[in-house]
Design a protein around this ligand. Structure first.
Ligand code: FE2
Length: 488
């Protein structure tokens, strides 16, 4: 017998023996079983009525009063076909309300045309970010595919569920019932209004909407009526989930994930071309035709922090920067499968500086981070801190803690719950009557995997490593949300 054939047969025998042992059978079964983190993408079969959360630790600090509205996907799977990507589940609006030291939780699905049709036929058929869909989809306008599942902004007595390819969906802030898609001007009906608006201190809202290498810049008054909408040409057609702004400028970060060809799902249209580097376009808010371009090495991203500008005109902002688009294309698909290896390295908190002489640089803190958020009172202004979720590491998806990064000292003050918890994005809640940047609470939900329930935690922003000052526990688990906003 030839050595090569013999070794092949011996290898095959060894393999079959290995597969047959109880240990390997158990290992295989474990790989097929749901991962401990699979609650993050669990399906919710219907709305969740308001319920009291049980206080399990600490006490609610006096003055912590308001509501944390959060959006994120809440249902992925249907008998006749399912969403295959984390970004494509039906939008579920959550409200965590804190009053008189008590917390309640409720959640309602955005009643979109997509959800109504897919409920009727018992199948997810609408193309999305990473879900191909099929010819049973009914799409006459962009909002027919709108999942209303990404983020939220307040608007009077409403909250607006935001997506990135269509209109905001208005929901009643008091009971989360769906009202209507928001049309800011009749001739702009259905135009993309992205999920990450930026705010001026006077309440002005800036947002963008993208199609190819053109961008609509939305400017809303504090009452959420339209001030202006203007089209700006971009130097490249790049996938962008976020932008940022200083008091005087919009900052558009164009990663080298660029449009290649029209097809579905949406993300498959883009090709990762690191050789192009990352470009940043700075636009004068007072005159959108005045632009500057900066060049940076290639990085990928979903989320930016608020930007600020010093007296010399130097612009800084933080970014949860990644190396590639592995997580976006593959990892977020595995998350919905609920088991297996979620590929893609965690993003790292990094600081970008745009100098007045046209140079740009990015420095990484080395800290794994996502969802960077800062004090809303300082949006677009000089600031010292960013909070972010932390603890994610290669091989285990999703964060397990929070950290506040101090850009002045480079220090990080964090708290980690360990692998039994999935931490969600934190919002800054300024302490009443205080103006210091760290004089705030950080309010964030988490999924307690050991108990199988959703929790709400409040940290003191100045002492995150002390752990939560108060924690409440619901009697149910909601899947992980994406983004929220605190309404005091
Ligand atoms: Fe986002």
């Amino acid at each position: 017998m030839l050595a090569s054939r013999r070794s092949f047969l011996m290898g095959a025998a060894a393999l079959s023996a290995a597969v047959a042992t109880p240990e390997t059978v158990r290992a295989m079964a474990a790989m097929q079983a749901s991962a401990d983190w699979s609650l993050a993408t669990v399906d919710l079969e219907g709305d969740v009525a308001r319920r009291v959360m049980r206080r399990v630790q600490g006490r609610a600090p006096a003055g912590l009063e308001g509501a944390l509205f959060r959006n994120g996907p809440g249902k992925f799977r249907r008998p006749g076909g399912s969403a295959t990507h984390w970004f494509d589940g039906d939008g579920l609006m959550r409200a965590f309300r804190v009053r008189d030291g008590q917390a309640t939780l409720e959640a309602r699905f955005a009643d979109t045309p997509k959800r109504r049709w897919e409920t009727e036929i018992g199948a997810v058929v609408t193309p999305g970010f990473g879900t191909a869909g099929d010819d049973r989809a009914r799409i006459g306008s962009p909002d027919d595919a709108n999942a209303a599942n990404t983020a939220v902004m307040t608007a009077g007595d409403e909250v607006w569920a935001l997506w990135e390819g269509g209109s905001p969906m208005a929901m009643d802030a008091s009971d989360l019932s769906t009202r209507r898609f928001v049309t800011l001007r009749d001739d702009l009906k259905g135009m993309p209004f992205q999920a990450h608006p930026r705010y001026d201190p006077d309440g002005t809202v800036w947002n963008i909407g993208l199609w190819g290498d053109r961008m609509i810049v939305w400017r809303l008054n504090a009452d959420r009526s339209l001030h202006t909408a203007q089209v700006v040409a971009l130097p490249r057609a790049s996938y962008m989930h976020d932008f940022t702004a200083t008091a005087r400028h919009l900052v558009i970060v164009m990663q080298p994930w660029v449009f290649e060809q029209h097809r579905m799902p949406y993300a498959s249209q883009f090709a990762w071309k690191p050789e192009l580097g990352t470009q940043v376009m700075v636009i004068d808010k007072a005159d959108l035709t005045r632009t500057r371009i900066f060049e940076l090495p290639a990085f990928s991203y979903f989320h930016l922090g608020d930007a600020w500008e010093d007296a010399s005109g130097t612009i800084r902002f933080d970014v949860a920067a990644g190396k590639d688009v592995q997580f976006a294309m593959e990892g977020a698909r595995v998350l919905v499968e609920g088991h297996g290896t979620v590929s893609g390295e965690p993003a790292q908190l990094s600081l970008v500086t745009l100098h007045t002489d046209g140079r740009a640089e990015m420095v990484s803190s080395g800290v794994a981070a996502e969802f960077p958020k800062s004090d809303p009172r300082r949006a677009g202004l000089a600031r010292r801190y960013s909070v972010h979720v932390a603890g994610e590491r290669g091989g285990r998806p999703l964060p397990t803690g929070l950290a506040v990064h101090d850009w002045e000292t480079g220090r990080s003050d964090g708290f980690d719950f360990g692998d039994g918890v999935i931490m969600e994005e934190a919002n800054w809640v300024p302490k009443p009557g205080r103006s210091g940047e760290a004089e705030a609470w950080l309010v964030a939900p988490a999924i307690n995997l050991r108990e199988g329930v959703t929790e709400l935690h409040a940290f003191d922003a100045a002492r995150v490593s002390d752990g939560p000052v108060v924690s409440w526990r619901a009697d149910i688990a909601l899947p992980a949300g994406f983004h929220g906003i605190w309404a005091g």
